[in-house]
Design a protein around this ligand. Structure first.
Ligand SMILES: Cc1cc2nc3c(=O)[nH]c(=O)nc-3n(C[C@H](O)[C@H](O)[C@H](O)COP(=O)(O)OP(=O)(O)OC[C@H]3O[C@@H](n4cnc5c(N)ncnc54)[C@H](O)[C@@H]3O)c2cc1C
Ligand SMILES: NC(=O)c1ccc[n+]([C@@H]2O[C@H](COP(=O)([O-])OP(=O)(O)OC[C@H]3O[C@@H](n4cnc5c(N)ncnc54)[C@H](O)[C@@H]3O)[C@@H](O)[C@H]2O)c1
Length: 440
């Protein structure tokens, strides 16, 4: 006999729990099925683990900027201790998130779920039925389809390294490739980064991406453009990565060639849920091709960036939809994105594309701002895009505090604040917020 719920979620990441908790707290009978660690990728194998490892890295680079400006002597990164700190910070997160769910009334089910029919999920020898089912199964690392691919590692393996290899080869110039290359480089590894084409971080403002690459190269990164790996071989104690006409000898290989939606082995074909290589297809209410079955988070095929804040927004939208608070289509806000390199690269909203439009684009050199001089934030640039009524519609920054700059600007973009309205928002002084607010 099946246990019956109002809503069953497949997966327990941000695409689920930020919505499942308020849904259960408001009286719905909710179950969350998780095959692995509660909380999913972001707390356990993504954002939280990565940013913990990165904090000493960012600090070391900031200290380097202050040499001769009040600081003398550069610190060394102790990777073993950094790794142990990372483990300390993230170890308790699954229990903490499980506790938040269960205390709100969510039933947690441990195991891999598959569809039996459009209202029933099977986990081992038990079945669970629900009026509504949310597929929030996330993504897994893409692996290169070349001989020797099993000799390479993924982002999770990097996050588990207790010592850093002498030479690391990173394949792929996306978020993971650049963030992890930056960490390894600053911590003392030699790093070679292989770009398949000529553009890194394709979604980001390209002049700033090129500046970032130049900074990383100045710091010692070996960057190879249009370098397509064709095979990997082991030589016993080292590895060789081959292209059509070149070879790199290395100690450790990170395959950072993207992530793919977890749509396999869920029984989606059996019940008629449509999906493509980009993820599950949904309508503007996040409903799949089967009525009553929804999808949320990274597993969705969508134009928005596949990031934690997007997954949180979707799971919370579904809660409002299921509670009858709204029946309106999902309307995404301006979603910011950041690459956690040193310096950071962050952006939000409408950016110059090269097409003619009415927007005014202002690019400032951070060296010109007195407050950035106090933080020695001298390596990057800030870009602001305003419309014909001087309302901010987009922003990008390459700088040590770019994530804070872009966060500060979000209300101006989201609420289309006029100059008069912006004047009513008073920021702390002196601060990065004040510096960027006065720059609009
Ligand atoms: C290395 C790395 C760094 C990242 N850094 C950032 C960052 O700094 N900022 C940011 O915004 N985003 C970051 N991201 C992206 C972020 O982690 C994802 O956008 C977010 O985790 C998506 O949440 P989700 O719930 O959709 O999927 P997930 O968090 O992946 O959760 C899906 C869950 O479903 C479970 N599951 C799958 N199939 C089944 C099944 N059949 N039955 C039961 N359970 C199942 C999985 O085990 C998993 O726990 C990073 C990602 C990675 C890999
Ligand atoms: N700061 C953050 O918010 C953050 C950090 C890490 C990861 N993430 C999330 O994780 C996702 C995955 O990150 P990612 O860096 O793996 O993916 P990505 O899509 O950002 O980058 C993948 C890179 O691999 C390259 N590539 C793809 N196929 C290749 C091939 N066959 N040979 C050589 N190169 C190839 C692409 O050209 C691209 O440069 C991101 O889209 C993002 O949603 C976010």
């Amino acid at each position: 006999m099946s246990e019956k719920f109002d809503v069953v979620y497949l997966g327990s990441g941000h695409g689920t729990f930020d919505g499942a908790i308020p849904l259960a707290a408001r009286g719905k009978k909710v179950a969350v099925i998780e095959a692995d660690l509660i909380g999913g990728t972001c707390p356990n194998r993504g954002c939280n683990a990565k940013i913990t490892l990165d904090q000493p890295v960012a600090l070391k680079n900031q200290v380097a900027n202050f040499q001769g400006y009040g600081l003398r002597g550069e610190p060394t990164i102790d990777w073993q201790a950094n790794f142990e700190h990372e483990r300390d910070v993230i170890a308790g997160l699954p229990d903490m998130i499980a506790g938040l769910m269960t205390s709100a009334g969510v039933t947690l089910i441990d195991g891999r779920g598959t569809f039996v029919d459009d209202h029933t999920i099977q986990v081992a020898d038990k079945t669970y039925t629900a009026d509504k089912i949310v597929i929030a199964t996330g993504q897994h690392p893409h692996r290169l389809d070349i001989p020797g691919t099993e000799l390479a590692h993924d982002s999770n393996d990097f996050l588990n390294l207790t010592t850093l290899p002498h030479h690391i080869t990173v394949i792929g110039a996306g978020y993971i490739g650049l963030e992890f290359a930056n960490m390894a480089l600053t911590a003392g590894s030699q790093v070679t980064l292989l770009m398949r084409g000529d553009q890194a971080l394709r979604q980001f403002h390209q002049p700033f991406v090129e500046r970032l690459l130049a900074i990383l190269v100045e710091q010692g990164l070996v960057l190879k453009r249009e370098w397509v790996p064709t095979a990997i071989k082991s030589t016993g104690d080292r590895f060789e990565v081959f292209s059509a006409d070149d070879k790199i000898t290395t100690d450790w290989i990170l395959d950072a060639t993207g992530r793919q939606p977890n749509t396999a082995n869920l029984g989606l074909e059996k019940i008629g849920v449509d999906y493509t290589a980009a993820g599950i297809t949904v309508d503007d209410h996040l409903q799949t091709s089967v009525a009553g079955i929804y999808a949320s988070g990274d597993v969705l095929a969508k134009d928005q960036p596949k990031l934690t804040p997007t997954a949180i927004f979707e799971s919370q939208y579904l809660t409002h939809l299921f509670m009858g608070d709204t029946n309106a289509p999902i309307k995404y806000p301006a979603i910011p994105s950041v690459v956690f390199t040193s310096p950071r690269l962050a952006q939000v909203g409408t950016l110059p594309t090269g097409d003619a439009h009415d927007a005014k684009v202002t690019v400032s050199d951070l060296k010109d701002d007195w407050f950035r001089q106090t933080t020695r934030d001298v390596t990057g640039h800030n870009l602001l895009v305003t419309d014909d009524q001087q309302r901010l519609i987009g922003a990008a920054e390459l700088g040590e505090q770019a994530e804070n700059t872009i966060n500060t600007l979000l209300p101006a973009i989201q609420y289309q604040l006029t100059p008069a309205q912006r004047e009513q928002l008073v920021t702390l002084f002196p601060s990065i917020g004040a510096a960027v607010w006065s720059a609009i």
